[in-house]
Write a protein that binds this ligand. Structure first.
Ligand code: BTN
Length: 240
């Protein structure tokens, strides 16, 4: 594994998209600050230089149906890292990690195909040393500093995270599901009522579980439906 560290990049995911072809499997790219940080669903991911921002390049062959599991695998390593620092995190399927109902980390997984070759980029952002958030974000976001009143060293947190990610990834690539045990035991949405857009239709349901395929299993009016991350937008949550 090699770690490339930059002061400023447009986005660590974009860097690997451009250069991944010529870099080794498991290259990790970290930036102190991103000028065009990317979030899910075309959103931006802003930072003021006090977040841990990095992406991992994966060049091994992965069966297409197992690719969506990569975000959950990353989520499992974020959860274990935050627990290492004494926090009680939960995974909000499919890509967020929450502590005390507020988002502390987001994940953006991308696939890049170059001719016959496909490689994968797992981008992770963790709010580390923010002393507060502006406006709407103050209700929705938190950081390790806000939760523990301590400052964190980016390199150290990255090392801890990779020490969890690496064995979970090795297990996953051999067909294992150790990461799913972590995700399922830390699932924020379990038993919650959610409303979502499903193939253009607005539906309400109760979350039953996260399946071994990484999909969300819902009870919608007594009928079980499975949704995958690409096809839903969670609109609202009704806490029970
Ligand atoms: C989300 O919550 O919508 C996903 C956010 C992902 C942010 C990380 S920060 C490191 C990597 N580089 C990016 O441009 N995005 C991801």
């Amino acid at each position: 594994m090699s770690i490339l560290t930059f002061d400023t990049l447009d986005s660590t995911n974009s860097y690997l998209k451009r250069n991944g072809k010529n870099l080794d499997h498991f290259t990790v790219v970290q930036a102190n600050h991103q000028e065009q940080g990317k979030g899910r669903l075309g959103r931006s991911w802003q930072d003021q230089g006090n977040s841990l921002l990095f992406s991992i390049l994966l060049k091994e062959k992965i069966e297409p149906e197992r690719v969506p599991l990569l975000s959950l695998l990353a989520g499992a390593s974020v959860v274990l890292t935050l627990e290492h620092y004494g926090l009680t995190p939960l995974v909000k399927w499919p890509n967020d990690t929450l502590v005390s109902e507020k988002k502390i980390s987001g994940i953006l997984t991308e696939a890049v195909s170059e001719g016959e070759d496909i490689f994968y980029i797992v981008g992770i952002g963790i709010n580390l040393n923010q002393k507060g958030f502006e406006g709407e974000l103050s209700q929705k976001a938190t950081s390790l500093f806000l939760l523990t009143k301590k400052e964190y060293d980016k390199e150290e947190v990255l090392t801890v995270l990779l020490s969890y990610f690496t064995p979970l990834y090795q297990d996953y690539i051999q067909g294992g599901k150790k990461f799913l045990t972590v995700v399922k035991s830390h699932s924020y949405l379990d038993q919650k009522e959610v409303s979502l857009d499903y193939y253009g239709e607005h539906i309400h349901g109760t979350v039953i579980d996260i399946t071994d395929k990484g999909t969300l299993l819902l009870d919608v009016s007594g009928k079980q439906i499975e949704v995958s991350s690409g096809e839903v937008t969670l609109n609202q949550m009704y806490l029970k």
